[in-house]
Write a protein that binds this ligand. Structure first.
Ligand code: MG
Length: 240
């Protein structure tokens, strides 16, 4: 198969995402580092598709007044509609995935902390434009077991996150099952599976690099490299 054409088709599919559903608190050490409570069921929130930063695009824009954090995550790109999936249907879950991708769930941590305290939604904290850099779609064959790969992220070459997806508290079939019982997942939708420990701030001028290792080998096409820049908009975040 022509690799170039396959890549083009896949990037086009990212633009067709109707929604992006993100699992929160899915790695125990990340829950600890943010002093969050461990969920008894998977919980999730939405990022707008307007926050997507397509493969190779950049920079990530830091709005003024924002403490901007990175969260590296494995993304699932759905190839079919899913509704009321059985949590034990591992084959059904994996069959519903068309491609994997690497993603960074950029988060305005100060806004999120305020929202948590006041019981407000996370839409602002998670939803700014450019807050979802995503890598090129990865063929499923390149990831034989999505629960046994390493995700990593560096800032200016310094290692910040590096953990195996085997540490997920809720695995992919359970995640897709729980989401699909609330909202139908459609072909093209993107699901983020949570971030491991090591989240932290980035500032204008920083360069984030993220990747996936399968059995210790880097997936070259999966990589993200993106710079952070300060917003030139007159928007400044102010406490709600
Ligand atoms: Mg996240």
């Amino acid at each position: 198969m022509n690799v170039f054409r396959r890549g083009m088709a896949s990037v086009a599919s990212l633009k067709q995402a109707g929604k992006v559903v993100c699992i929160g608190r899915n790695y125990a050490d990340h829950i600890t580092e943010l002093n969050s409570a461990r969920p008894q069921q998977p919980f999730f929130f939405l990022k707008p598709t307007s926050s997507l930063l397509l493969p190779g695009a950049g920079p990530v824009i830091r709005p003024r007044g924002v403490d901007l954090h990175y969260e590296v995550e494995l993304a699932l790109i759905l190839g079919k509609d899913v509704k009321d999936l059985d949590a034990n249907d591992e084959k059904g879950a994996l069959d519903a995935i068309e491609n994997y991708a690497l993603s960074i769930d950029m988060t305005a941590r100060n806004i999120q902390n305020e929202a948590k305290k006041k019981g407000l939604p996370w839409s602002i904290a998670k939803g700014f434009d450019t807050f979802l850099p995503i890598g090129a779609p990865i063929a499923k064959a390149a990831i034989p077991d999505p629960h046994a790969i390493e995700l990593y992220l560096t800032v200016n070459g310094e290692p910040r996150q590096a953990d195996s997806t085997e540490l997920m508290l809720f695995r992919i079939p359970r995640i897709l099952s729980d989401i699909s019982r609330v909202m139908a997942l459609r072909k093209g939708d993107i699901v983020l599976t949570g971030t491991p420990k090591g989240v932290g701030p980035v500032v204008p001028g920083d360069v984030m690099r993220a990747g996936i290792r399968v059995a210790g080998r880097e997936l070259d096409d999966a990589r993200i490299e993106v710079r952070v820049e300060e917003s030139t908009s007159d928007y400044i975040y102010a406490e709600t």
